[in-house]
Design a binder for this molecule. Structure first.
Ligand SMILES: *Cc1c(COP(=O)(O)O)cnc(C)c1O
Length: 367
């Protein structure tokens, strides 16, 4: 999708805040762990290339993405830092990954067998261990030992890392987290191979869990200034949100009592009301379930009335505002008020991650 730049609707990203968050987390990591910035999904919607550059300038030493294509986008931007693809990549794409020096996750031995048949120079791999997330990776020590034998037998395969992922690191109760950690140790302690990186931490683990023996963290949501737990656990130190969604009133009118608004005519004006139209809709990822939520205009909270359309939605204004007036949908307005992503997430009965990731490529990103 082509960003719609001729429309007053845009995401404004504060890269200084991302830089400051990375430095904060680095200062609080006490075992000298490196940070790999997680920039999958267009950097949680913040813009993959700009965030990657900012993260690397601020002390991150590598990047993590979900797909090979995301890694290629970073390489196309002439960024040479290590990149790890966290998801499963097709074995037949190993030569492409090798050519671009992109590290791949290994999740089973059939994959290694397939890779061995491919023509490539050298591939960096990270062994993915499933310690209880039940998504991808090894669950069995014999299979891991077999993987190591297979890797050692092929000089082109470089054992760069071994890792796992926690399902409940953002939960105040750490029972399941500790079980996963114990399983990870059982599966991986004293293997007959040296990995450069051993990593287990996502943001929640990096913020709240004691962990030793590891030398890298995969920092996602915290880098963007958001709380991985929503509101279940307070942040141990301040992080700064970097994401703002702005638009303008493109049309303003006064309606008479009884006027219906939007598809399904679900809203009826009870008296004379000023109604403003904002040119963002569910095609931009401003979800239909945000109907009834609020936006900030002239420092006032204005309710969203009627259903959110594909490309527009309507709000009730406290008085006549001019077309062209700035609208803050998410983030800070010019008067010091804000609508947090967490607040929007709670309204939509989801998590902060999903609110930002939903906002589509049609919205230009401004830095
Ligand atoms: C997305 C992801 C992360 C980052 O998670 P945050 O909660 O955003 O820090 C880390 N590791 C893996 C394997 C992931 O898929």
């Amino acid at each position: 999708m082509i960003p719609s730049i001729h429309r007053p609707a845009y995401i404004e990203v504060d890269l200084n805040n991302i830089a400051s968050n990375i430095k904060q987390v680095l200062n609080h990591l006490n075992n000298g762990e490196e940070i790999f910035a997680v920039v999958k999904a267009n950097a949680y919607s913040h813009g993959i290339v700009e965030v990657s550059k900012t993260a690397l300038e601020s002390g991150a030493t590598g990047l993590c993405v979900a797909t090979l294509d995301e890694a290629l986008e970073i390489r196309d931007a002439k960024i040479n830092a290590p990149i790890l693809v966290l998801g499963v990549t097709e074995a037949t794409d190993v030569s492409l990954a090798s050519e671009k020096n992109i590290s791949l996750t290994v999740a089973d031995n059939d994959w290694i067998s397939e890779v061995k048949k491919q023509d490539f120079d050298k591939i960096n791999i990270h062994l993915g261990i499933d310690s209880g997330m039940s998504r991808i990776g090894y669950t069995n020590r014999e299979m891991i030992e077999e993987a190591i034998t297979m890797i050692k037998a092929d000089k082109r395969i470089n054992p760069e890392g071994i890792f796992t992922h926690f399902a409940t690191a953002d939960d105040p109760d750490d029972t399941y987290f500790q079980q996963q950690l114990t399983i990870f140790h059982k599966l991986t302690d004293d293997l007959e191979i040296e990995f450069k990186y051993k990593h287990v931490a996502n943001s929640a683990t990096a913020l709240w869990r004691e962990q030793s023996d590891f030398n890298m963290v995969r920092l996602g949501i915290a880098m963007y200034g958001m709380n991985p737990s929503g509101t279940s656990i307070e942040l141990p130190y301040k992080l700064k949100p970097a994401f703002n969604l702005y638009s303008e009133l493109v049309f303003v009118k006064e309606v008479k009592p009884g006027t219906k608004i939007g598809y399904g005519a679900t809203y009826t004006a009870e008296e004379n009301q000023w109604i403003g139209t904002i040119p963002i809709g569910y095609a931009d990822g401003w979800l239909r379930r945000m109907s009834g939520f609020e936006v900030l205009i002239n420092g006032q909270r204005c309710p969203i009335v009627g259903r959110i359309c594909m490309d527009q939605f309507m709000v009730r204004l406290p008085e006549k505002y001019k077309a062209g007036t700035k609208v803050t949908i998410l983030g800070k307005d010019e008067f010091g008020n804000k609508i947090t992503i967490q607040e929007a997430a709670e309204y939509a009965d989801t998590i902060n991650y999903e609110i930002v990731c939903s906002l589509s490529e049609r919205l230009p990103r401004i830095y």
